[in-house]
Design a protein around this ligand. Structure first.
Ligand code: NAG
Ligand code: NAG
Ligand code: NAG
Length: 288
């Protein structure tokens, strides 16, 4: 397809997806009900727009490459990932960056949009440098407890249809996650595109039986629908229902590890509930 043709399909795509600037407070967890029941293994380009990829470099003069970790946007200039993803960079935030608005994990930032040979175009990823890495004060390398970190980016995020935060608060806090179905997404090792799946949260006892070890404190296990090992940091989401309509995704957990349990691959998630105040305090105290 020639260049004007590509541009037109991009514009059509952008209009269909409402490509306009939105603010972080007013808009989080965008949800389209039609996408909830698709059994696709990867997302549409603008689906789960809070998910990005962590990239790393060995030194300041090196290029950034995938750190094989997902990040989730939770504020105007903050993303979450696991502590185990960033511990090795501690005190050197200049060695990490995040790529937001990314759908094909191999796309490099710098291009305004990227088209395939059929003229289907998506915006290129946007890279943000990291100013500060804050691991949870009780994150424990040995036990894996509280495996969560917050990254402050060097600029406010320019929100688009492809780059938006997930909500942090459920409208109604369930007494327990156990036996609830959740959606999750992120990059993983089997495909270059941002993937998706669903998982059912299981009890600590059953997880212990299946995996041979109970999950660390403040973590819980999930039984995924498909055996695909997502990178750490993949966000797990619940749905806020308003007026009988599924309206927004809120963050329930972050993938902390995958555990091989024979036939299945069990997923262990960091629970967001016990650390939600810490996240909000961090976002509030360091926003300008
Ligand atoms: C965000 O938008 C502003 C204003 O258009 C621009 O100066 C800045 O470079 C953008 N940031 C990124 C990371 O693209
Ligand atoms: C765990 O395994 C024990 C021994 O096989 C069994 O008695 C128990 O019911 C199992 N618990 C769960 C929650 O599956
Ligand atoms: C953080 O700021 C938001 C918005 O100003 C507010 O709703 C929230 O309660 C604050 N959270 C904490 C923990 O202070």
């Amino acid at each position: 397809m020639n260049a004007p043709g590509k541009l037109i399909s991009f514009i059509v795509w952008a209009i269909v997806n409402g490509n306009c600037a939105v603010s972080a407070e007013a808009n989080c967890g965008r949800l389209e009900e039609r996408l909830l029941f698709r059994k696709d293994l990867f997302t549409e380009p603008a689906e789960y727009p809070w998910i990005g990829l962590l990239v790393q470099r060995r030194d300041l003069d090196q290029k950034f490459e995938s750190a094989e970790c997902n990040v989730a946007i939770v504020g105007e200039s903050h993303v979450l990932t696991t502590a185990s993803c960033v511990r090795r960079f501690n005190n050197r935030p200049e060695l990490v960056a995040v790529r937001l608005g990314i759908w094909d994990g191999e796309n490099e930032p710098g291009q305004q949009y990227i088209c395939n040979d059929r003229g289907f175009c998506v915006p290129g990823p946007v890279q943000y440098l990291v100013d500060a890495i804050t691991m949870h004060p009780l994150a424990d390398k040995d036990t894996g407890n509280n495996d969560i970190a917050i990254l402050r980016l060097s600029q406010r995020i320019n929100m688009t249809a492809y780059i938006q935060p997930v909500c942090l608060q459920p409208t109604l806090e369930p007494a327990s996650w156990t036996s609830m179905d959740f959606h999750y997404g992120g990059f993983h090792e089997y495909d270059i595109k941002k993937g998706k799946g669903s998982v059912i949260a299981i009890s600590r006892q059953y997880c212990n039986n299946e995996t041979g070890t109970p999950p660390p404190e403040n973590q819980f296990c999930g039984y995924p629908e498909f055996r695909v090992a997502f990178y750490k940091g993949a966000p797990m989401m619940g749905i806020n229902v308003e007026h009988d309509v599924p309206s927004r995704f809120y963050l329930v957990g972050l993938l902390a590890k995958n555990v091989d349990a024979g036939q299945t691959l069990m997923t262990v998630f960091q629970d967001i509930r016990p650390v939600r105040h810490w996240i909000l305090d961090n976002i509030n105290s360091s926003s300008s």
